[in-house]
Design a protein around this ligand. Structure first.
Ligand code: GLC
Length: 804
C-alpha cells in the first residue's frame, strides 16, 4: 500500500496512536528452551528465565519484551557454582522444572508460576501472572508479582521493620530512611532487606526479591488472600528458597548473600558510646570510670565532635590535639577506639579530601551534571559515589592515617544517605553502579552498603592481617559481609525496648546476625530500671553498645547509682563470661549460616501459637532468654520450647513445650539453658585479652538424651581461620540414671595456650562416686551445696564418664 505523506502524518498523530499505559500481564507460555541451568519460557513477547541455582533455590526473572538486564547484583556476588541435576517435563497443563527438592511449575493456561516440594505439596503459587507497567518518566517498568496468601500463612524477615515479628497483614516498603526517634509501625527505616520467610502448613520457604529500587511488600494487607511484592523499577527477579524448615531457608539465604566474617574478639565485649565524648580528657575520664568501677569494657566511640569542623578523616586540634597518644593510652588500658565517619564531605577547597574527590570526579552528580550538594553535619557537602569501584578504593585508602593513629574500628552513619531538609538525594542523581549505571532510584538502597564495603575493604587492607570492626546504619541484603549494624536512633522508652527485641530477632533471620540496639535508647531519658533492663537484654545482643544523644544526661553503666550499678556490672560480667559461647555461635553463623539469635518460631514452627511469640529467643542454640520488657515487673510468662531446660539461676529443671511464670527481680533476667549443653566460660576480665586464659570452664548440664555442643577457638584477631588455623570442638553429652558421658572431638590446626578445663557438672540426678577421664580416675571432685560438682582435666580429653 502506498501512503501519501499527509495520510502518514495523520496515522502517526500521537493522540491517536498511543495506547494508555496499563499494567501488562504475561500471556500464555508457548514453549520452553533450555540453556545449561537456565530454562527460558516466552509468551511470544515477554520472556521468563528460570535458573536452577541449587536443589533448594530457583531463581525467576522476567523480561517484558524479551531483553533481560545484564546480570549484576550487589547482594549475590556469585551464584553457587555446583552443577545441579534437574529435569524439564512438559505435559498438557504445564512445564515443570524439578530438582531433588523442589518443582517449579509453569502453568500453560495462564503463565502462573508455582513451587511444590518433593511430596507435591504446593508451597508458593502465583495468584496472577507476573506483570509490569511502563514508566514513561524514567524508562523501564514498575514490576509486580502476586502470590496467594493462605489463611494460616505467617511471614517473617525484611530486616529492621519496627512492627510485630509476624508480618502477616502488613504492607511495608524498602527505602533506606534516616528515621530519628522512629515510632512503632513507622516504615521504612534504615535498611532494605527484600527477603521474607513464609511458614504455612509447617513448611517454610523464602522469597528474596533482589531488586534495589524502592520495593513494596504486602502480606495479605490489601487482600487477605494475596501476598505481593513489587518495585518502582529494575527487574522482576526473585529467588524461591525452599525449607522445609525456617532454618533451612535462612541458611540458604546466607548461601546467596554471605555471612559476617569472624569479628575481632574485642568487638564482642561491651562498648560505650555517646554523642559525643569530648574533649580528650572526657574520653579518658570515661575510660577510667570503667576501670575504677570494675565494669568490663572493650570499645569506646568518638562521635562527630572529634573531627575538625565535622570534616571526615580529620581531628579537632582543639579537642584532640594528640589523638595518637590518647589512643595509645586507651589501648594500654584495654580500650579499642572506634570513630564515626559519615559520607558527607564538606565543600571546602582547603580540605584535602574534598579537593582530591573533586579533582578525581568522585562525587555524585545530578542528571544535568551539577554536583549533588546537600547539608549534613559539616554544612554544605558533596558525597562520594560509593557504587564506583575506583571511589571505593580511594575511600578505603583514606583510612590509612586513622589506622596509623591507632583507630581499631569505624562507624559509618548517615549513609541512607541522609540529607538535612530533603531527607535524601533526589531521584535524578547518577551513580556509576559498578559499570551498570543508574539513577539514585536504583542506587539509593545500596549506597550505605557500598560505603561500608569501601570502609571495610580499606581497613582490611590497611590493618594487614587484622580483622577490622565496622558498624553501619544503612544497608542492603549482603551488607553482613562487611559490617555489623545497629538499629539507629531509638528512644529511651519501654516500647522501644520491646521493639528492639523484635528488631534484633528480625535482623537475625534476615541475614544480619551481628546487630544491636542503642542500649538505654538514643533520645530521651531512661530511668535506672529501664537502663538496667536494657543492659540485660543487651548482654544477649550479638552487638552490645550503649549510646545516647547529646542533649541527654550522661549514661554510663554507673550513672544511675545503686542498685543499678552493681546489677549492670553483674550482667556485663556475664557477657564476658559467655564470650567463648558467643564467639562459637558466631562461627556457626559465619561458617554454616545459622543466625545468632533464633526466635522461638524458628525452633518450633509446627506450633501455631509460636508464630506470634516475639519476646523469647535463643542466644546461639543453647541459651533461651526472655527480656523483661515492662516497668516494675515482678514476674513474667516465658514459653520454653519442648525438651528439658535448666533455670540458669537456680538450676531447677523444667520440661518445656509450655509457658511458665518466672520471678523477675531487677537483678535477674529469665535465662534457661538446654539440658545436655556444654556452655564454655572465660574468667571475668575488664577487657578481652586482659589476662592470659589459664583454663576454660565447661558448664555441663545433665541430660538423659544426647546433645551436641560446639566450641570454636582461634587467635581472635587475624584471618588465619581462613587458612584453617582454628579449632572446632564438638562435645556430645548423654546421661542415664547412673552415668553421664561427655565425648570431645576436634577439628582444625589451632592450639590454644591454656592447658586444662575446669569442668562443672550441673543437674546430675546422682552423687558421683567415680569419674574416669580417658581411662584415668579423677582424684579430686569438689561437691558444692547446690549439688554441682567440679573437677579439672586436660583440654584434650576424648571421653569423660561420671558414675553413680
Ligand atoms: C545520627 C546517628 C547517631 C549519632 C548522631 C551524631 O543520629 O544515628 O547514632 O550519634 O547521628 O553523629
Amino acid at each position: 500500500m502506498i501512503v501519501d505523506e499527509e495520510e502518514f502524518h495523520h496515522l502517526n498523530n500521537p493522540a491517536d496512536g498511543i495506547k494508555p499505559i496499563v499494567k501488562k500481564y504475561l500471556g500464555i507460555p508457548t514453549h520452553a528452551e533450555q540453556a545449561g541451568n537456565k530454562i527460558f519460557f516466552t509468551d511470544g513477547d515477554a520472556k521468563v528465565e528460570v535458573t536452577v541455582v541449587t536443589n533448594e533455590i530457583i531463581r525467576i526473572r522476567l523480561a517484558p519484551h524479551s531483553v533481560f538486564l545484564e546480570e549484576f547484583s550487589y547482594a549475590v556476588p556469585k551464584l553457587p557454582q555446583k552443577a545441579v541435576k534437574f529435569t524439564l517435563v512438559e505435559n498438557e497443563q504445564e512445564f515443570r522444572v524439578s530438582t531433588s527438592e523442589v518443582n517449579c511449575h509453569i502453568r500453560k493456561q495462564d503463565f502462573f508460576i508455582s513451587f511444590s516440594d518433593k511430596n507435591d505439596h504446593v508451597t508458593s503459587a502465583d495468584a496472577a501472572p507476573m506483570h509490569w507497567e511502563e514508566n514513561t518518566q524514567f524508562g523501564g517498568y514498575y514490576v509486580f508479582c502476586t502470590k496467594t496468601c493462605e489463611p494460616q500463612e505467617s511471614f517473617f524477615g525484611l530486616g529492621d521493620k519496627a512492627t510485630e515479628f509476624n508480618l502477616r497483614g502488613k504492607r511495608l516498603k524498602n527505602w533506606n530512611t534516616d528515621a530519628y526517634s522512629f515510632g512503632f509501625n513507622q516504615d521504612p527505616l534504615y535498611r532494605s532487606i527484600p527477603f521474607y520467610i513464609s511458614v504455612s502448613d509447617n513448611i517454610a520457604h523464602g522469597i528474596f526479591f533482589d531488586n534495589t529500587f524502592k520495593a513494596h511488600f504486602d502480606f495479605g494487607a490489601e487482600d487477605s488472600t494475596k501476598t505481593s511484592f513489587w518495585a518502582d523499577g529494575g527487574e522482576l527477579q526473585y529467588y524461591y528458597i525452599h525449607g522445609p524448615h525456617m532454618m533451612d531457608v535462612v541458611k540458604n539465604y546466607h548461601l546467596l548473600t554471605g555471612t559476617h566474617p569472624m569479628p575481632p574478639l574485642w568487638a564482642l565485649g561491651y562498648h560505650q558510646c555517646r554523642w559525643s565524648y569530648y574533649p580528650e580528657n572526657k574520653v579518658r575520664v570515661i575510660a577510667n570510670g570503667f576501670r575504677q568501677n570494675r565494669i568490663p569494657c572493650d570499645g569506646i566511640y568518638l562521635d562527630i565532635d572529634y573531627m575538625d569542623g565535622y570534616r571526615c578523616f580529620t581531628w579537632s586540634p582543639k579537642y584532640f590535639p594528640n589523638p595518637k597518644k590518647m589512643i595509645a593510652d586507651l589501648a594500654a588500658n584495654g580500650f579499642k577506639t572506634v570513630v564515626i565517619i559519615d559520607p558527607g564531605i564538606r565543600v571546602d577547597d582547603n580540605y584535602s579530601v574534598f579537593k582530591e574527590g573533586k579533582e578525581k570526579k568522585y562525587f555524585c552528580r545530578r542528571c544535568d551534571d551539577y554536583f549533588m550538594e546537600g547539608h549534613v553535619w559539616p554544612g554544605r557537602c558533596q558525597f562520594p559515589d560509593f557504587t564506583n569501584p575506583e571511589v571505593r578504593e580511594w575511600w578505603g585508602d583514606l583510612f590509612d592515617d586513622l589506622v596509623e593513629t591507632g583507630v581499631a574500628g569505624v562507624w559509618n552513619d548517615m549513609n541512607e544517605p541522609a540529607v538535612f531538609g530533603s531527607g535524601t538525594f533526589p531521584d535524578d542523581v547518577r551513580h556509576q553502579y559498578d559499570g551498570y549505571r543508574g539513577s539514585h532510584r536504583k542506587a539509593h538502597n545500596v549506597y550505605g552498603m557500598q560505603m561500608v564495603r569501601a570502609t571495610y575493604e580499606g581497613l582490611r587492607k590497611q590493618m594487614k592481617n587484622k580483622r577490622p570492626f565496622t558498624i553501619t546504619r544503612a544497608g542492603y541484603s549482603g551488607v553482613q559481609r562487611y559490617s555489623s549494624v545497629w538499629t539507629g536512633d531509638n528512644v529511651a522508652s519501654w516500647e522501644h525496648l520491646k521493639l528492639g527485641n523484635i528488631q534484633l530477632q528480625r535482623l537475625s533471620v534476615s541475614g544480619i546476625s551481628f546487630c544491636g540496639t542503642d542500649i538505654g535508647g538514643f533520645s530521651g531519658e531512661p530511668d535506672g530500671e529501664l537502663f538496667t533492663r536494657w543492659i540485660q537484654m543487651g548482654t544477649f545482643s550479638p552487638f552490645m553498645r550503649a549510646h545516647s544523644a547529646g542533649d541527654t544526661k550522661e549514661r554510663e553503666p554507673w550513672s544511675f547509682g545503686e542498685p543499678f550499678t552493681s546489677i549492670n556490672r553483674k550482667f556485663i560480667e556475664l557477657r564476658y563470661r559467655l564470650i567463648p559461647y558467643l564467639y562459637s555461635a558466631f562461627w556457626e553463623h559465619h561458617r554454616y549460616g545459622f543466625p545468632i539469635l533464633r526466635p522461638v518460631v524458628m525452633q518450633e514452627q509446627e506450633v501455631a501459637s509460636n508464630h506470634f511469640r516475639q519476646d523469647e529467643f535463643t542466644y546461639g542454640d543453647k541459651i533461651l532468654i526472655c527480656p523483661v520488657l515492662e516497668p516494675g515487673q515482678k514476674s513474667r510468662k516465658v514459653y520454653l520450647p519442648k525438651g528439658t531446660w535448666y533455670d540458669f539461676w537456680n538450676l531447677e529443671t523444667i520440661e518445656g513445650g509450655r509457658e511458665i511464670t518466672v520471678p523477675t527481680p531487677l537483678d535477674q533476667l529469665p535465662i534457661f539453658v538446654k539440658a545436655g549443653s556444654v556452655i564454655p566460660e572465660y574468667p571475668v576480665m575488664q577487657y578481652t585479652g586482659e589476662k592470659e586464659i589459664e583454663e576454660v570452664k565447661l558448664n555441663i548440664y545433665y541430660s538423659d538424651y544426647e546433645v551436641n555442643s560446639f566450641l570454636f577457638e582461634d587467635y581472635g584477631e587475624t584471618f588465619a581461620y581462613e587458612q584453617d588455623i582454628y579449632l572446632e570442638k564438638k562435645f556430645v553429652v548423654k546421661g542415664d540414671a547412673d552415668k553421664l558421658a561427655i565425648k570431645q572431638t576436634m577439628e582444625g590446626l589451632y592450639t590454644p595456650r591454656y592447658e586444662g578445663y575446669h569442668i562443672k557438672l550441673n543437674g546430675l540426678p546422682f552423687k558421683p562416686t567415680k569419674i574416669i577421664a580417658d581411662g584415668k580416675e579423677i582424684p579430686t571432685i569438689n561437691s558444692n551445696p547446690d549439688k554441682t560438682y567440679e573437677f579439672k582435666f586436660s583440654k584434650n580429653f576424648k571421653q569423660i564418664e561420671i558414675f553413680k
